[in-house]
Design a protein around this ligand. Structure first.
Ligand code: WQD
Length: 342
């Protein structure tokens, strides 16, 4: 039986590349659509090492409809997973137009082509950031009121979800799932692919592993005076391979549903872990001493947020398999692999 072709925009990126692995291993034929502006070219050799072949790659900017349309003309596309977007929260505050232009234009372009070529299975990369700072809530489910996100980046996810609601309302054959990621961490267990932060990492775990490997002098824990058990912020950290598998589950769900279909689904472990706990788990599981200090709070940080993952469990028949400890060890193995190749 012919394999179903899935277009993966941003497929050379962190979550995208891990999703390529899971798609191939679950019998799909993924095509990476990426202009590598936010991806490291070594991901290609890493994917080839894992898969035993080089995946299909088309170097295209998803905002360029003239460059992208031939991809839809060349083959029957069964589904789309749309990752391609800028995702640095801090940068989005400094340069909002860069984010609104790229993230929204890219989504509009891929939707135009999906409708024109009847590609009716669409998975959108959204984020828990659409919940903003949920009033007094720690555990959020999909019915939690969405609020103005804490950054232009988060707003592009909020607006992106609204765009898809409006598109689907006028095109009932267009089936869509918005996956709201919590905090993706870790790397593929083989250490052949992982996260390539560009410049200084803003996210916690890559900063920890770069400090431990000697690329960074010290980790600063942004505040320990929050109203949490140990005073540091709490997040729902999910292994990137579990997150990747949620996309495969979303495609299978879309395949099995009838129209109309539109769902937003949290993808998290359902468990909160504090910054201090991550630091302690890193030292315990890698046997590496970490140089860290307490610093000031980081503006915009949510105190505590983690997923109610029941809908993902029930609707996607999906649950996270890896633990936070697994993700920390895999992230460290990846950092050591990068250091070998430096
Ligand atoms: C986690 C905790 C920091 C770095 C962001 C985006 C979200 C998603 C994931 C894209 C916070 C603390 C961090 C450091 C620290 N990105 N921290 N020292 O902010 O929860 O989420 O990344 O989809 O949309 O908002 O993740 O890893 O930046 O921070 O103390 O050097 O670690 O204060 O409490 P965040 P993060």
């Amino acid at each position: 039986m012919d394999k179903k072709t899935i277009l993966v925009t941003g497929g050379a990126g962190y979550i995208g590349s891990h999703t390529i692995v899971e798609l191939v291993q679950k019998g799909f034929h993924p095509i990476i659509v990426d202009d590598f502006r936010n991806a490291n070219k070594t991901v290609v050799s890493g994917l080839t090492e894992i898969l035993g072949f080089c995946p299909s790659i088309i170097h295209v900017n998803v905002c360029d409809i003239n460059a992208l349309e031939p991809v839809f003309q060349a083959q029957k596309i069964h589904g789309i997973i749309h990752f391609a977007a800028y995702k640095a929260v801090g940068e989005s505050v400094v340069d909002p137009l860069k984010y609104y232009k790229n993230n929204l234009q890219g989504l509009v372009t891929i939707c135009e082509l999906a409708l024109k070529y009847q590609v009716n299975n669409f998975v959108f990369s959204s984020s828990c950031t659409v919940y903003g700072e949920p009033e007094g809530l720690k555990e959020v489910d999909e019915a939690t009121r969405l609020s103005k996100a804490n950054s232009p980046y988060g707003n592009t996810k909020l607006i992106g979800e609204q765009i898809l609601i409006d598109v689907q309302a006028q095109n009932p054959q267009f089936k869509c799932v918005n996956l709201r990621y919590f905090n993706p961490i870790g790397a593929h267990p083989s250490a052949n692919i992982g996260e390539f932060p560009i410049g200084t990492p803003s996210n916690l775990l890559p900063y920890i592993t770069q400090t431990a490997i000697g690329k960074r002098e010290k980790l600063t824990v942004f505040g320990n005076d929050y109203p949490t058990p140990d005073g540091t912020c709490i997040r729902d950290y999910i292994h990137v391979s579990d997150l990747a598998n949620a996309h495969v589950a979303a495609l299978n769900l879309l395949e099995s549903t009838s129209t109309p279909f539109f769902e937003a689904i949290n993808i998290g472990t359902g468990k909160g872990t504090s910054v201090k706990e991550i630091v302690d788990l890193f030292e315990t599981n890698t046997h590496q001493k970490l140089n860290w200090e307490i610093g000031n709070r980081r503006p915009g940080d949510v105190v505590e947020i983690y997923a109610n993952a029941k809908k993902a469990n029930d609707l996607l028949n999906w649950t996270a398999n890896y633990t936070v400890e697994d993700a920390i060890v895999h992230a460290w193995n990846w950092e050591k692999k990068l250091a070998e190749n430096d």
